[in-house]
Design a binder for this molecule. Sequence first.
Ligand SMILES: Cc1cc2nc3c(=O)[nH]c(=O)nc-3n(C[C@H](O)[C@H](O)[C@H](O)COP(=O)(O)OP(=O)(O)OC[C@H]3O[C@@H](n4cnc5c(N)ncnc54)[C@H](O)[C@@H]3O)c2cc1C
Length: 437
Amino acid sequence: MVRVNRRFYSDPFFDKTHIKDEGDERLFRLKTVVDSGSEDLSKMNFDVSDEQKLVLDEVDRACRELRPLEDQAYLAGKFNDHLVPIFKKAQLLGLPISRRYGEGQGADILTYALALERIGREGTGVRTFLSGHVSLGQLTVQKWGNEDQKQRYLPQATRGEKIMCFGLTEPTAGSDPTSLRTSFEDKGTHYLLNGSKAWISNGSISDTSVIFAYPKGKHDGMCAFIVEKAFEGYSSQQQKHKLGMPTSDTGSIFLDNCRVPKENLLGPLGKGLGVAYSGLMSGRLSVAAGCLGVIDDCITEAVNYSKQRVQHGKPIGKHQLVQRHIGIMSTNLEAAKNLVYKAALLKQHSDEEPENKELREHADITIAQAKYFASNASFDAADRTVQIFGSSGYSFETRAPRHLVDTRVCRIYEGTDEIMVQKIAVNRLGQDFEAYR
Ligand SMILES: Cc1cc2nc3c(=O)[nH]c(=O)nc-3n(C[C@H](O)[C@H](O)[C@H](O)COP(=O)(O)OP(=O)(O)OC[C@H]3O[C@@H](n4cnc5c(N)ncnc54)[C@H](O)[C@@H]3O)c2cc1C
């Protein structure tokens, strides 16, 4: 279990233990244990439980198996075909999904975040696959889908038989999803979707997409749909020539009179924007968690190299300016961990109390802070590690430059730095100060 010191988390949400046993199928239930007797901040810790350790050991095993294969795929600049089989074997393709659905493992959000942290060490591309498939795809269907939709789409996704993605962004709609142009028409027995999506993680390899569209000719009442690759009028294309993440699929999706059955409307009619925002909360948290792994891997690389590379008669790790890089990375990692774990706990509590608007907003802002801080800290760590490696850090045969180009996207997707910072600021200033609508 994760122990959270009451004094550290002085906000009211941590003053109660959210230990609920609804008798459901979840394997791991979050247990926030309040160390009520202690005033001592040094006692605050995030120890993992035995159950979490079992999961993390399996994640670690899978990551070790994946690494040499990911190295090859990275240098070859192609999607790593071993990723899905290895993650399937480790039962990671539906880790936070209910055990009712295929190989869902019912892990709580913090356990899932810890797994993504470990996976992030293998690269942002690897973690991005899971963000698209699980955090944005499956978790959105699990939260908003009816039982029929969950039964139809989640088991195949958790088993890795079908890959999922989340299609919100369009060529002309990024930070402002309300400007999207994809439209739908109600044709009685089915919906007809027209438009295109751009920059979608897993976009060209996914079988099932969560797609957002407005009613034709309108700019309110956005809806979400579950769209299959097999539906008439659906096509996709891989995005090439990216800055980084060569092993991650990014694609465009084209909907040309795409026929979507009525029963594939996801969530209430006209409430698609809420579906999108809730998906983004999960997605942002997954980005933040993965960035912890990137920083961790950078520190490992930097420390090892600093001990072995000798210049001016001593290991470069004995030069104080090199130590400065490691000290800063290490401090940022600890700060980022505290934010990400807190965000994960708040998200878990918020999911358990969906009617609690205040709790949801608190989770939303903390996730934005975690995503903003961790993605900048991971980019900074990759940059510092490249610097420590000198010219060796300029070769993709070492890990740091891969992290540098790969983690850069974390400051862009799922909400840019600018959007995150404005969101956080408005939370302090008040809604009257909202910079945009
Ligand atoms: C590799 C990759 C994978 C992705 N995966 C997905 C995915 O799976 N699903 C999906 O739907 N999308 C995905 N995206 C898209 C991503 O979420 C968007 O690119 C992102 O939201 C930014 O939108 P944009 O690129 O259109 O930039 P724009 O919105 O055009 O922004 C351009 C610049 O203007 C700034 N800006 C915009 N509005 C404001 C404002 N109001 N105030 C201040 N500054 C502002 C931005 O911060 C940015 O710096 C992915 C993108 C990439 C690169």
